[in-house]
Design a protein around this ligand. Structure first.
Ligand code: 13P
Length: 249
C-alpha cells in the first residue's frame, strides 16, 4: 500500500438492509470505539432508503456515508432517480458510480458514468468510479486494455478528488479473487494511466480493490502496491467482518 495516501475502506450494501440493519452500524461504531483508531477512511454506502438515518448515526463514530448511484441531472422529471445533490443533502460524502451491476443491469456506458461522476463532483461528493473486466476479457488477455478504456471514458478531467475501484466482474460475490500478481499488475497499470492523463492529481487518487474481499484475504490484498483500500460487498453487511477488514489496513 502506498503510504502517503490515506486508505479508504468502503462498504457497498447493494440492495440489502432495512432499518433493522442499522444495528450493524451501532455495532461497528462500538468496535471502532474499543479498538485502535482506524488507519483509513471508513465509508458505508447503504441503500438510499437508509442513507439519512445511517448518516446521522454513523458520523458521530467517524463513519462516512455514501450513495450507490446518482443521476446525471441535479433535479427534474426522472421518476425513481436520485440526484447527487439529494444524496449530499441526506448526508452522503461519496457516491459509487459505474458499478458493474449497473453497467450490466442498466446498460450504463462509460460516457454516462463520466456524466454521473461530474454530477457528483458538482454536488460536492467524491465519486467512487468502478471499473473491471469480465472473465472472458481476462482469459482473452484483454483485462488491462478493457480497464484503461473504461478509465479513459468514465473518469472526468479536472477533478479535485475521485476514487477508482477496480472490481473484476468475475470476482464479485463469487468468493474468487485474482492472484496478488494480477492485482498488482492492474493497480500499477491504473496508476500509470491516471498519472499520464491527470498528472500529479492522478498520483494521489485512491485505487480500491473490490471483489470477494473478506476478513481472511484483506490483509494480503491491502499490502499490494497501489492498492489504497477496498470496496467490500457481502462482508460489509456484518459489523464484525467489516471491522476485521478495517483493522487489516
Ligand atoms: P463482494 O465483496 O460481495 O464480492 O462485492 C464486491 C462489490 O461488488 C462491491 O462493490
Amino acid at each position: 500500500m502506498t503510504t502517503e495516501i490515506t486508505p479508504l475502506i468502503a462498504g457497498n450494501w447493494k440492495m440489502n438492509g432495512t432499518s433493522a440493519s442499522l444495528a450493524e452500524i451501532a455495532r461497528l461504531a462500538e468496535l471502532m470505539a474499543q479498538g485502535e483508531a482506524p488507519r483509513c477512511t471508513v465509508v458505508i454506502c447503504p441503500p438510499a432508503t437508509l442513507l439519512a438515518q445511517l448518516a446521522g448515526q454513523a458520523s458521530a463514530a467517524g463513519i462516512v456515508s455514501g450513495g450507490q448511484d446518482c443521476h446525471t441531472a441535479a433535479n427534474g422529471a426522472h421518476t425513481g432517480d436520485i440526484s447527487a445533490a439529494m444524496l449530499a443533502d441526506a448526508g452522503a460524502q461519496y457516491v459509487i458510480v459505474g458499478h458493474s451491476e449497473r453497467r450490466t443491469n442498466h446498460g450504463e456506458t462509460d460516457a454516462l458514468i463520466q456524466q454521473k461522476a461530474s454530477a457528483a463532483l458538482s454536488a460536492g461528493l467524491v465519486p467512487i468510479i468502478c471499473v473491471g473486466e469480465t472473465e472472458a476479457e481476462r482469459d482473452a488477455g484483454r483485462a488491462i486494455d478493457v480497464v484503461t478504456t473504461q478509465l479513459s471514458g468514465s473518469v472526468p478531467s479536472g477533478f479535485a478528488s475521485v476514487v477508482i475501484a477496480y472490481e473484476p466482474v468475475w470476482a464479485i460475490g463469487t468468493g474468487r479473487t485474482p492472484l496478488a500478481s494480477d492485482i498488482a499488475e492492474m493497480h500499477n497499470a491504473i496508476r500509470s494511466h491516471l498519472v499520464a492523463r491527470h498528472g500529479v492529481v492522478g498520483s494521489g487518487v485512491r485505487i480500491l480493490y473490490g471483489g470477494s474481499m473478506k476478513p481472511s484475504n484483506a490483509r494480503d490484498i491491502l499490502r499490494i502496491e497501489n492498492v489504497n483500500g477496498g470496496l467490500v460487498g457481502g462482508a460489509s453487511l456484518l459489523a464484525n467482518d467489516f471491522y476485521t477488514i478495517i483493522s487489516a489496513v
